[in-house]
Design a protein around this ligand. Structure first.
Ligand code: RIB
Length: 308
């Protein structure tokens, strides 16, 4: 069984500020770092850090993509399905405040240069039962979804950042659907947790749904199965890539055939460790670090709030 992460790779410019820049305001940042990121690259690295052998597929810029490729190589992520194209790599301008909150501007760049030919070539290397992990920072998502489903790949989708096109995707083809509270609300048009859960279970009865609800914790839904997990309460330095870390470690735990309660706990612990460090890819812990952390820490009780 092979694992493919078909997704974005971004050069993240991380600006550290006292507060987010306001309309009409000019402020100097306290620090600037250039890091590797992008939801696809982060999820590939989270899987690799959790011990999964993963191939990343996508596009980077011919002139600036080596920075991203060398990061993926350093985590032993496979890069043979990454094409260099004549366009700058995707990048993100990330503001992080001293409270650890972030706000992100994305430039899609090479991430939106996928062709049908590349999609076909990549998928021809995978077969029935292999995993295909997707986010929403590349073009061609619908095509990849349909073609991967036709080949009987096991599809994981984290439709982040959410865009209206997500509403028209054949989401019933997805085996694992990861949504944060904002995405769950946008997908259902609802804002009460119980209504959102009922709606998702009714519309996608065969899909395993994982909701990440910030400080409340996380919820797994599949048919009549509902499992919840609280959070590991840690001081927040930077939340960038916490969701990607959660997704990568959850799927890695599924691949290790752990029970769902354990998958939620490991993913939450990994995300907690990621928020303790600055940056995206470089904040993602190893499986051993997560195991050690879980030996000495317990999650809070799931904070059941009706409104999300
Ligand atoms: O999920 C975090 C990521 O979102 C960042 O690394 C940034 O590149 C944006 O894609």
């Amino acid at each position: 069984m092979k694992v493919l992460c078909f997704g974005s790779a971004n050069i993240d410019y991380l600006y550290e500020l006292e507060h987010f820049v306001l309309p009409g305001e000019t402020i100097s940042s306290k620090n600037l770092t250039k890091n590797s990121g992008g939801k696809g690259l982060n999820q590939s690295i989270a899987l690799a850090q959790a011990g999964v052998s993963v191939e990343h597929a996508g596009c980077v810029g011919r002139d600036d993509g080596d920075f991203l490729l060398s990061t993926l190589h350093s985590y032993a992520v496979g890069t043979k399905h990454i094409l260099k194209v004549d366009c700058p790599s995707g990048h993100a301008i990330i503001q992080v405040t001293s409270q650890g909150e972030n706000s992100i501007i994305l430039y899609t760049g090479a991430n939106h240069m996928l062709s049908e030919e590349q999609i076909d070539t990549v998928l021809s290397d995978f077969s029935s039962g292999d995993f295909c992990i997707l986010q929403n920072e590349i073009n061609g998502i619908e095509s990849i979804l349909r073609k991967a489903a036709k080949k009987n790949l096991r599809i994981v989708l984290n439709p982040s950042p959410f865009s209206p096109e997500i509403l028209n995707l054949p989401l019933e083809l997805v085996e694992y659907l990861f949504l944060n509270e904002v995405e769950a609300s946008q997908l259902t048009g609802l804002d009460s947790l119980s209504a959102i859960e009922s709606d998702l279970c009714r519309r996608f009865p065969h899909t395993k749904i994982v909701l990440t609800l910030g400080k409340q914790g996380s919820v797994f839904l599949h048919g009549s199965v509902r499992e919840v997990c609280g959070i590991f309460d840690v001081p927040t330095v930077d939340t960038t890539a916490a969701g990607d870390t959660f997704t990568g470690f959850f799927i890695a735990s599924v691949l290790r055939e752990k029970p769902i309660s354990h998958c939620l706990q490991v993913a939450s612990a990994a995300a907690a460790l990621a928020v303790c460090k600055k940056g995206a890819a470089q904040s993602i812990p190893t499986w051993n670090e997560v195991e050690m952390f879980c030996l000495h820490h317990q999650p809070t009780a799931f904070a059941s709030q009706e409104s999300i």
